[in-house]
Design a binder for this molecule. Structure first.
Ligand code: NDP
Length: 248
């Protein structure tokens, strides 16, 4: 399947979990990929080599997506390396869960900066290139809790709800230039982010998921490939759940 043949992609947070799955799926579908990470240097090298082994170009860039300056530099080097940009995936994200009563200002701000400011930073940084090309697909990895809310995640849920509203605004602003912007809202996807949760509690949650299992990074990556491809050319401004039916 080469539905992304000759496409050029930029992914934030590509060293672990969902981001890693996205980088590899994009490369398997034929895209060259530049991806960022914050601290996982050896994982970044391993993934770069895995993309190259698929016969695609790969660039790993150490970059804090919460920093505007870092992000502009990373995007500039990605565009130079790839020779353009077709697909942009805002995946980097963190959690700092706590009940609101105990949540510090720092925990709130850290999550907003990493999950929401990062989307602003990347979108601003890629905009000029996408406008010049008159094409592009921006894909934001949100969460079902950005729609439903979740106890202990007021910071995280607010960041993801903000991301969804940002997505719709960008879709409206840039649609006339053939630039699309969509959010993917995963449910429970088994990654390092969720490994820290009480696994007994996780098993209980799975009982209420119609498909009775957690999702995999591949489940999310499959939709990223579709939204990055020309097969989704008439889809923009949407928040699409990948959650096994957890939220309807
Ligand atoms: P992981 O914690 O497993 O991986 C996070 C990735 O993001 C890592 O590659 C990490 O890099 C990178 N990262 C984090 N912060 C930054 C930053 N400031 N700058 C650059 N890179 C950064 O998370 P998941 O794979 O589980 O989650 C990925 C996305 O999916 C997140 O946005 C998350 O909110 C969302 N999501 C996840 C769900 C789940 O159930 N797992 C459910 C719904 C949404 P490094 O390793 O170098 O720190």
């Amino acid at each position: 399947m080469n539905q992304l043949q000759s496409k050029k992609a930029f992914v934030t947070g590509g060293t672990r979990g969902i981001g890693k799955g996205i980088v590899l799926a994009l490369a398997e579908a034929g895209a060259d990929v530049a991806f960022t990470y914050r601290s996982s240097v050896s994982e970044a090298n391993t993934i770069k080599e895995a993309v190259e082994a698929l016969g695609r170009k790969a660039l790993a860039i150490q970059c804090d997506a919460a920093s505007m300056l870092d992000t502009q530099t990373a995007v500039d080097s990605a565009i130079e390396f790839l020779g353009g940009l077709d697909i942009v995936v805002n995946n980097a994200g963190i959690t700092r869960d706590n009940l609101l009563m105990r949540m510090s200002e720092e925990q709130f701000n850290e999550v907003i900066q990493n999950n929401l400011n990062s989307v602003f930073n990347v979108t601003k940084a890629v905009m000029r290139q996408l406008l010049k090309q008159k094409s592009g697909s921006i894909i934001n990895i949100s969460s079902v809790v950005g729609i439903s809310g979740n106890p202990g995640q007021a910071n995280y849920a607010a960041s993801k709800a903000g991301m969804n509203a940002f997505t719709k605004s960008v879709a409206k602003e840039l649609g006339s230039r053939n630039i699309r912007c969509n959010s993917i809202a995963p449910g429970f996807i088994a990654t390092e982010m969720t490994d820290v949760l009480d696994q007994e509690q996780v098993a209980k949650w799975m009982e209420s998921v119609p498909l009775r299992r957690s999702g995999s990074p591949q489940d999310v990556a499959n939709l990223v490939v579709f939204l990055g491809s020309d097969a989704s050319a008439y889809i923009t401004g949407q928040v699409i759940n990948v959650c096994g039916g957890m939220q309807m």
